[in-house]
Design a protein around this ligand. Structure first.
Ligand SMILES: [Zn+2]
Length: 270
């Protein structure tokens, strides 16, 4: 039996935790079916959040998570579906060979190349988000590093790689391999002349870091447009980063946005 035939995404549904943080669970203590279904719900919701933020230009951008049971497979969007309409049942499973294992339509070639190469090179990464948001892609064109100029932007201090070798659309394996190499042991990467990319241990943290990274790019662009921003000193930047940008904090930060979706757009669960 193939991997796709073993999967039923309608199994493993967990009840809604309710608004706020008190109902949050440790998903890693649950079964593979529950982890998969939970991850798919978060992934569909993540696309809706990207649409609400305006990170939905044409066909660019993709968010994925590694299947909890079949670790050389990942769930991602089918090409050509608007992020604002994404549902659990739209999401597709790809393996590292580029085969569509579950779902109706393949993801885009660039999405496959970037995500598969990062997952292959980093076993600890369980989720990846990439898009071309206005401030992220504009900041990327400067070839500069993000500075710790605010409490929020400390999240990226010494955790962000630069990929300075834009070589056209990443629709072949080389670009994915080179981005994975540039990322190395960091968590985030600025893709020069292209956009931004975040990774994490789950969809929630990856997506929160992405939203925050776009904000950090915007903040630095604005500050540098009118003056010379003052960076927070090294020791303080490190301790602030560890306090505001650990996984627990990033996870918790995304929950209120997910709660809004559960109430306003529950069809993402279909
Ligand atoms: Zn891109």
């Amino acid at each position: 039996m193939g991997v796709g035939e073993k999967i039923d995404i309608n199994k493993g549904k967990l009840p809604y935790k309710g608004r706020g943080l008190s109902g949050c669970i440790d998903i890693n203590s649950k079964s593979f079916e529950e982890q998969r279904r939970h991850g798919l719900e978060k992934l569909a919701a993540a696309y809706r959040i990207f649409a609400r933020k305006g990170f939905d230009l044409g066909l660019v951008g993709h968010i994925s998570f590694r299947d909890p049971e079949f670790s050389d497979h990942f769930w991602i969007n089918p090409l050509g579906y608007h992020f604002g309409q994404m549902k659990v049942s739209d999401l597709v499973l790809m393996n590292f060979d580029g085969e569509l294992v579950f779902g109706k339509e393949r993801t885009g070639d660039a999405a496959f190349c970037i995500h598969s190469e990062i997952y292959k090179s980093r076993e600890d990464i369980k989720s990846i988000a990439h898009a071309h948001p206005m401030y992220g892609k504009t900041f990327s064109a400067l070839g500069k590093e993000l500075l710790p100029i605010s409490q929020d932007s400390c999240a990226f201090y010494e955790r962000t790689a630069m990929f300075n070798d834009y070589d056209g659309v990443a629709n072949g394996p080389d670009e994915g391999i080179n981005i994975a190499k540039a990322l190395a042991d960091k968590d985030f990467v600025i893709l020069q002349n292209h956009g931004i990319l975040t990774t994490g241990s789950m969809v929630d943290t990856t997506v929160w870091y992405f939203l925050n990274m776009e904000e950090a790019c915007k903040s630095q662009l604005l500050a540098e447009a009118v003056g010379e921003p003052i960076a927070i000193p090294h020791e303080t930047a490190c301790s602030t980063r560890d306090y505001v940008a650990n996984d627990l904090s990033a996870f918790a930060s995304l929950q209120p946005m997910l709660d809004v979706l559960w109430e306003e757009e529950p069809d993402f669960l279909d």
